[in-house]
Write a protein that binds this ligand. Structure first.
Ligand code: GLA
Length: 370
């Protein structure tokens, strides 16, 4: 393995363990996780592989095969920058339980596509450190530590979806997660049996505002919940009544979150009934709600989703936080090329760089490789 060789070359010994953790796409349930709602992501075949050995001297050495230069040595975890912060953040959250570590990571998550390479990094490092220090953490606990690292250390107020998808997914399944109770279930997702697949369209758009806008949406949702006197928007049971008591952005955000939770449940019901092709309409509805009510799409996402459907996809929606990243299109396998042609043509008309197309079936969550 490449990462093991790099570890040996940099640190002069074999790693004690090697773990792989994947990135994700979200089938449906967007901007619901931090509202205590429902999500249905699945792991993608790309991720981060972390080779780790413990050290007794408090030193942390970090090496990425994707970053320039050699390993960096860190006395203080707070001094880290860039990619290092995600790994260092996990160690910082674990505190005294981790005395030091040599860590080499190798990632192949397509960059900028919004497929959660950061969660893959946190969960791969967390899983490996859990093993070498015999911490006895469950996959969900590792996911929560990754989220906390991102919240407190990197300063991104994300929910639990990405890390949970990376830690808990099962090959051939989507992960249904109740983000309040943290109860989860692996839901069979064998689209190929219905002649279908998910085409990932990386719009190549990334807007620098993304993190600030994300925090703003989250704050608006929390403020709407306070106005309504509920713990979280998950608790809204009478949408019409709630909308009557809200105005402006709070009203729109609530409309999205409450209906999106319903859509997740509807998708699960259709999948269980063996009617995967019919979830397309719900994917479309989710996209429109994210565009018009939650206002996190950008023209590249809208054009890609519309062109995908025009090209014959059963449904398409942006996936992840928004403001760039990827669209997923539920497509009959025989129509994948027609869908791609349609999106490429729509992009060419706008004079935009051609999107990147990725094909993915649901992959396994975090696993030990060596
Ligand atoms: C980002 C966050 C997740 C989730 C999604 C939106 O990916 O990291 O926690 O909130 O956005 O659904």
């Amino acid at each position: 393995m490449r990462v093991t060789e790099a570890f040996r070359a940099a640190f002069g010994a074999d790693p004690r363990t090697v773990w792989h953790a994947p990135g994700r796409v979200n089938l449906i349930g967007e901007h619901t996780d931090y509202n205590d709602g429902f999500v249905l992501p699945f792991a993608v075949p790309w991720g981060v592989t972390a080779a780790v050995s413990p050290r007794a001297d408090g030193v942390v050495r970090l090496l990425s095969l994707q970053a320039e230069g050699g390993p960096v040595t860190r006395g203080r975890l707070g001094d880290t920058q860039g990619w290092e912060r995600y790994a260092a953040g996990v160690l910082a959250i674990l505190g005294d339980r981790v005395r030091g570590a040599d860590i080499a990571v190798d990632g192949d998550v397509p960059q900028g596509a919004g497929l959660s390479s950061s969660a893959a990094l946190e969960v791969s490092v967390g899983s490996a450190v859990n093993e070498v220090y015999d911490l006895g953490l469950t996959p969900m606990e590792i996911a929560l530590i990754g989220q906390k690292a991102e919240n407190d250390f990197v300063g991104m107020p994300c929910g639990i979806m990405d890390q949970a998808a990376s830690a808990l997914s099962k090959e051939g399944h989507a992960l249904f997660l109740d983000c309040r109770s943290l109860a989860s279930r692996n839901v069979p997702l064998d689209l190929a049996a219905d002649g279908l697949e998910i085409l990932i369209i990386d719009t190549r758009a990334h807007h620098e505002l993304a993190d600030g806008e994300y925090a703003k949406r989250r704050a608006e949702c929390e403020s709407a919940a306070r106005t309504l006197g509920v713990a979280a928007l998950r608790d809204v049971t009478d949408l019409a009544d709630a909308l009557g008591r809200l105005s402006g952005n709070e009203r729109k955000r609530t409309m999205h979150v409450v209906t999106e939770n319903h859509r997740v449940e509807a998708v699960i019901g259709l999948l269980r009934a063996g009617r995967a092709a019919e979830i397309g309409a719900l994917l479309n509805a989710s996209h429109l709600s994210l565009r018009d009510q939650f206002e996190v799409t950008v023209p590249e996402l809208d054009v890609a989703a519309e062109a995908a459907v025009r090209g014959g996809a059963r449904g398409a929606r942006m996936t992840g936080g928004g403001f760039g990243g990827s669209v997923i299109a539920l497509t009959a396998t025989e129509r994948v090329e027609a869908v791609q042609r349609s999106v490429t043509a729509a992009y060419a008309e706008k004079g935009w760089q051609e999107p990147r197309y990725l094909r993915a079936t649901p992959a396994q969550g975090a696993r030990k490789l060596a």
